[in-house]
Design a protein around this ligand. Structure first.
Ligand code: BGC
Length: 407
């Protein structure tokens, strides 16, 4: 008979899932929702076969999952699934719809959200900025505006004061990805391809992070604050010299750039991880044995290597995102299990990992890709808004409840 083994996780480990306001709340009115309906966006979609394939509605965030009204139900589901932590983000455009004018009803909404999580004994991780901007700020030039860091800090201070029960704060989500897609590749609003603006935006986000860190600490001295960064596992193909150089460039600009520059301004590491990149010069030579619905390689061992590189920061690590688009739920259970085996291995070798938040609690609006990628532990029927746990969600629930993996 086969012997069962058990991989225990540290006592108090945090288990759960993550989401962001624009992707799940529904009916937001920000620079993204306006962009989704803009002529430029619509004519791009018309030129591609995307609209034929998925329909126009796929690309408009609209009502989405209506998590804004369903949050109590969604967190109750998370609780049933054994989660003891959840990551959400605040929607700036609701909270400060006009410059300097804060909407008390919107702030109260997030107070209610946090109170609900606390009632369920679910530890909240709150992201202050997950990419969407109020229109007053985007019309001024958005993150590229000189005063952007102060605007971010004022908003952060307001919310850290309003939500004193939140311990874990994430200032900005994946600043490098944001700057890249919005200012270098022209994929996301404001669709620029301007290296100068790219560096301005990165620089402003560094300043914004530092100012937000201080603002949160001023409001709540006990808060634990970080940013969530997307860290890629780069390998040099065949370990060739030239590929090692390319790998180091990737490591520097993508992985280290942000955290290296915010020294003394983080209390933990917020790690988002999705990608493995075996570099040959400037292209990728991944084996792609298994890929997600979005064509991203599923390579769970990558997280083990990434976690080891986090040791240099000498802070606890919380995995604030990790997941896959998998509508048919073919790989999710396997992916979660293999990923967690690798997390366990890193922990047993001395990496101080204290939490794992899967992306995502429910299917949601995947930015410029729209609704078709299905990242959820809960499948969402966008017509009836019904949520149904996928099989993998139940397998993950078992891991959360027993604080470890049975193999
Ligand atoms: C982002 C999420 C996104 C996920 C999957 C992360 O980079 O923070 O908003 O949905 O990746 O693409």
């Amino acid at each position: 008979m086969e012997q069962q083994s058990f991989l225990p996780f540290p006592h108090g480990f945090l288990w759960g899932a993550a989401s962001s306001s624009h992707q799940v709340e529904g009916n937001t009115h920000n620079n993204w929702s306006v962009w989704e309906q803009s002529d430029r966006r619509l004519s791009y979609l018309k030129r591609t076969d995307l609209i034929t394939q998925y329909g126009k509605g796929n690309f408009i965030s609209g009502r989405g999952c209506d998590h804004y009204h369903y949050f109590a139900n969604d967190f109750a589901r998370a609780k049933e699934l054994g989660h003891n932590a959840t990551r959400i983000s605040l929607e700036w455009s609701r909270i400060e719809p006009q410059e300097g004018v804060f909407d008390q009803a919107a702030i109260q909404h997030y107070r209610d959200v946090i109170a609900q999580l606390k009632r369920l004994d679910i530890e909240p991780f709150v992201t202050i900025w997950h990419w969407t901007l109020p229109l007053w700020l985007s019309s001024k030039g958005g993150v590229a505006h000189n005063d952007a860091p102060q605007y971010f800090a004022r908003y952060a201070h307001k919310m850290a004061t309003a939500l004193p029960d939140v311990h874990f704060w994430l200032t900005v989500n994946e600043p490098v990805i944001y700057a890249d897609n919005s200012y270098l590749n022209g994929n996301w609003p404001p669709q620029q391809r301007n290296p100068f603006a790219y560096f301005t935006v990165l620089h402003n986000l560094l300043h914004a992070h530092r100012a937000m860190y201080q603002a949160i600490k001023a409001a709540n001295g006990n808060a634990a604050v970080s940013a969530a960064e997307n860290i890629v596992y780069y390998e040099a193909y065949k370990n060739k010299f030239i590929n090692r150089i390319a790998k180091n460039v990737g490591d520097y600009f993508w992985n280290s750039y942000f955290f290296d520059r915010i020294k003394d301004h983080y209390d933990f590491i917020g790690l988002n991880h999705y990608f493995h990149n075996r570099i040959q010069l400037w292209s990728s030579r991944n084996e792609n044995e298994k890929v997600s619905d979005m064509g991203w390689e599923l390579y769970p061992e990558a997280i083990y290597h990434v976690l080891h590189t986090m040791k240099k920061y000498q802070k606890p690590v919380y995995i604030t995102e990790n997941g896959l688009a998998d509508a048919k739920d073919r790989y999710r259970k396997w992916f979660i299990t293999e990923t967690l085996k690798n997390v366990h291995r890193a922990i047993s070798e001395g990496v101080d990992v204290r939490g794992y938040l899967h992306w995502s609690l429910m299917d949601n609006f995947e930015w410029d890709k729209g609704f078709w990628p299905r990242f959820g532990l809960l499948a969402v029927n966008y017509e009836t808004l019904e949520r149904t746990p996928r099989k993998s969600a139940l397998a993950f629930a078992k891991i959360c409840k027993q604080n470890g993996l049975s193999l």
